[in-house]
Design a protein around this ligand. Sequence first.
Ligand code: ZN
Length: 246
Amino acid sequence: MSNWQADILMYHSISEAAGPTSIAPAVFAAQMQELADSGLPVVTPDALTAPAAPRMVIISFDDGFADFADTAWPILRDFGFLPIVYLPSSHVGASDSWRGGHIPPRPLMTWKDIETLAAEGVLFGAHSLTHADLATLSAPDLEEEVAGSGREIAARLDRPVRHFAPPYGSSSPTVRACIARHYDTSVGTRLAVAGPGDDLHDLPRLEMYYFNDITRWRTHLEGRGSLYLAARKTMRELRAMMRRHA
Ligand SMILES: [Zn+2]
């Protein structure tokens, strides 16, 4: 299909905590209800290598917070939606103790949680080993952070890991070339709907904090929202927040 669009939703933590990387469980459930009501197909990044629908939705989570297993997944499962979760593999079973993580740090899922979820259909991608800023690394360190994380997750789950998300959305032509050697797709934090003009290794996403207002979300799903023009100022602020917190 030559003309397609993919709304790649970006979530971090689903909890009552403050800040742009947390969405309240009730808001998340309402966003998923609107998505279900829209009838749009929910797919994984696997679908992007051969898009088969004019408009698709992908639900993505960065970091693998414990509240994904406790709170987000039961809601998603009820709707029959299969998401992708990007894991910083060295931190699995610990907390988001990296630069820009929450204070105090929040717990991440364990490998046991992740193995259970994978068996239930959740897809896992890589988010580097240590949640490093990839654009700042030497070539050998970059290679290890990019390839090593997918390798570890693949070994744990006994299945290939085809998708990546660079921490902080931080990349460069060198970073993207390295990711492209090891993965089919990569998603960033640039705020837009993805389409055929996009590099599959530099895909934009929709920061769902912007859609805490359910009316705004419904308007977007109905195709009536002028996302880019109406939201430019908000998105600039969100980008600045993402740089500090994601
Ligand atoms: Zn992250």
